[in-house]
Design a protein around this ligand. Structure first.
Ligand SMILES: Cc1ncc(COP(=O)(O)O)c(C=O)c1O
Length: 366
């Protein structure tokens, strides 16, 4: 049951709290900045990552604004995007397990523009079996380890060898390479630029090595919201995966992104035990603490403490405002880990509720 669907057309004050709110004007400005830089200025494809955005209408909006498709972290996210009408979807992750691989094959049959990542021959064989069993062709990107040391095969000859195996495998199609330079986010600008340069070189020179070996590489996909401004001008990249920048948050700002904050959490004051303490109806089950605490807008605070369903603020100066029942809006520390705490997102324009969107795939599978 939706908490706020009955408030469409009404002002923000009418919302039941806590509520995850998106300011559409700010979001659209952020999208336009990403399209302008990635697509128009650098001539690349934009395939925004939906792992933190989740709501399918946001994928359709980005595509209408100039994105070529989307990136997803999970099979379920990809299924939800396809269901909403998105035709081009990269699952930037290794899909494993018999049931999931059968689902991937079904998804590809229904939406042939779904492609997925792989980084080992063992995994390639599993995807191959699923494709052959279902009688479909599954397109793959090889995930190259560009320094993050999470998933990814080593750049250079190891990738070329895997590329050869994929091109020879029944039921599979090699579409290209991907690499995510997530290890550089927290560095100062100069170090970050150097490390991005190294990471992009590892990726693009591996693409070249594949081509020299006679293997076609159409897609070379990389980069996130905290890196795309430095990475996009790299020769040889064809697509950018940056997604969360459409919202921005305190964490992205720390990582150097200068977009406006489009996503907030709306809460109400439930208690004013002292002249400096304000307690709201949103705690850590509403606002993530991963990568930093949320901050209230328009209030000077000495501290924010989150328990399960209470957010406790210590005002810098004693005040009777805000009073019990008043609204307090927070900017999340990290939008990605906050969105998945909510069942729905309230989309507002000019302070009025325009739509309420379901957030699918919160847990990774359903
Ligand atoms: C594979 C991949 N690409 C790109 C990104 C960047 O996503 P965002 O721009 O939403 O921070 C991530 C983030 O974790 C990722 O895992």
């Amino acid at each position: 049951m939706s908490a706020n669907a009955d408030a469409v057309g009404l002002p923000m004050e009418a919302l039941e709290t806590p509520a995850l709110c998106l300011d559409l004007d700010t979001y659209e400005r952020n999208v336009e900045r990403m399209v302008e830089y990635i697509v128009r200025r650098n001539g690349l494809g934009w395939r925004p990552h939906m792992k933190g955005q989740k709501a399918a209408p946001l994928a359709l909006k980005a595509i209408a604004a100039g994105a070529l498709g989307v990136t997803c972290a999970t099979l379920y996210e990809a299924e939800a995007m396809a269901e909403a009408g998105v035709n081009s979807i990269l699952i930037a992750n290794q899909v494993v397990g018999e049931k999931k691989l059968a689902r991937l094959a079904r998804l590809v049959r229904r939406t042939p523009g779904v492609i997925a990542a792989t980084d080992s021959l063992a995994h390639v064989r599993l995807v191959q079996d699923a494709a052959v069993t279902a009688g479909v062709e599954i397109g793959l990107l090889i995930e190259v380890n560009v320094g993050m040391n999470r998933c990814g095969i080593a750049p250079g000859e190891a990738t070329v060898e895997l590329a050869r195996e994929i091109t020879a495998a029944p039921g599979l199609r090699l579409d290209g390479l991907m690499g995510w330079e997530g290890h550089v986010l927290a560095f100062d600008d100069a170090t970050k630029q150097t490390k991005i340069g190294e990471a992009m070189k590892a990726l693009t020179s591996t693409a070249e090595a594949c081509r020299e070996a006679g293997i076609e590489i159409k897609i070379v996909s990389s980069s996130g919201s905290g890196t795309f401004r430095m990475a996009a001008p790299t020769e040889g990249i064809t697509e950018v995966q940056a997604g969360g920048g459409v919202f921005s948050d305190l964490n992205y700002a720390k990582w150097g992104l200068d977009h406006d904050f489009a996503l907030t959490i709306l809460t109400r004051v439930v208690s004013r035990p002292t002249e400096t303490r304000v307690v709201v109806d949103g705690g850590f089950k509403t606002m993530s603490v991963q990568h930093g605490l949320p901050q209230p807008l328009g209030l000077e605070v000495k501290g924010v403490l989150l328990s399960a369903e209470h957010g406790s603020l210590e005002l810098s100066t004693p005040s009777r405002q805000p009073a019990v029942g008043d609204l307090v809006e927070f900017v999340p520390g990290y939008t990605d880990s906050t969105v998945c705490l909510h069942d729905e997102m309230c989309a507002l324009r000019g302070g009025k509720l325009e739509a309420v969107w379901t957030i699918p795939g919160r847990t990774g599978h359903r």
